[in-house]
Design a protein around this ligand. Sequence first.
Ligand SMILES: C[S@@+](CC[C@H](N)C(=O)[O-])C[C@H]1O[C@@H](n2cnc3c(N)ncnc32)[C@H](O)[C@@H]1O
Length: 335
Amino acid sequence: MAGPDLAARFQRGFLAGRPLRSLPWAELEQNLQTSAGSSLLSDILHKTILHPLGVKYPPSIKYRRCFLTQLIKKHESTAAEPLDELYELLAGILNGEECTHCYKNYLLPTGDSVTLSESLAIVSGGTTGLVTWDAALHLAEWALENNTIFTSRTVLELGSGIGFTGIAICKSCKPRTYIFSDYHPSVLKQLTQNIHLNSFVPEPGTTHCTPLESQGLEGEAMNDQNPKVVVAELDWGCVPEKQLLDLQADVVIAADVVYDPEIISALIGMLQKLRAGRKPPEVFIASTIRNPDTYQLFQAQLGKAGIRWQIIPAPTTRIFPCDMQPNVSLLQLFI
Ligand SMILES: C[S@@+](CC[C@H](N)C(=O)[O-])C[C@H]1O[C@@H](n2cnc3c(N)ncnc32)[C@H](O)[C@@H]1O
């Protein structure tokens, strides 16, 4: 009986809006041949479209329509009684109006979840920052397995995009202060909305790398449960060294920021500025290796800048659904 596990796999994939082809349809088909087929379908519906997160923060209309159509097809290919609920749900969304954004929900091992509002386009408004990339999932999985690196520390994230990694870390690893950063105005806007969506309130007026002391951010967080959250507008190419050092980061992380030869030197130049602090931070960078030449260029430029690096073993457990073979590598840099 693959029932509950199979329904849970549909749940993780559906709530996170993963490509429909990546859901376990073949296994569903096999299971539907058994007498428990209809109750399995009903279980899947309640864990996906009818799940409280799926209702409040649903994937796009098109996604839900294709999902239900596929479920109906699978159901109709069996000799089972028609399941009215399937047709009623489909009828309910057929006339819905599509918008430019959808929601994605990622379930955390703690039972909590990360909800993000995302753009439906992979590259929109001239930025790659409005969707969550596989390296962000990988970095969060690694962080959850190594949470002591983050607990009670000040974490600076570079190129945060719309915030998946940081929100997962804030909810699971108890950092003292978490500084999300990016340089693109639309990304910063969406990032701030997503932080609010997950019940964190960024410190007011912190978008320009204001020193932590002047924001009263030094010392203990006001509340034991929640980290202080800051959203900083930070452009690697032009952030002044003093502003960077004033953030007093203990740990610096970034996901999918090594994808374009043109931005590599700005990134490395910024990392070099962090050297001048009292105690250089620990730095971890997760990258999807799409073009090996770009990645080698990054490593070569690190060498030229005198930054040593080591490969960090991949997380042992898959928590968030992502592509079968994401070619993600995690490096620790010694700046
Ligand atoms: C591929 S996205 C990765 C977003 C997120 N970390 C993730 O993995 O889902 C790259 C991010 O780096 C940001 N970025 C690119 N160049 C930057 C720069 N010079 N300064 C700051 N952020 C930059 C982009 O705005 C974008 O959000």
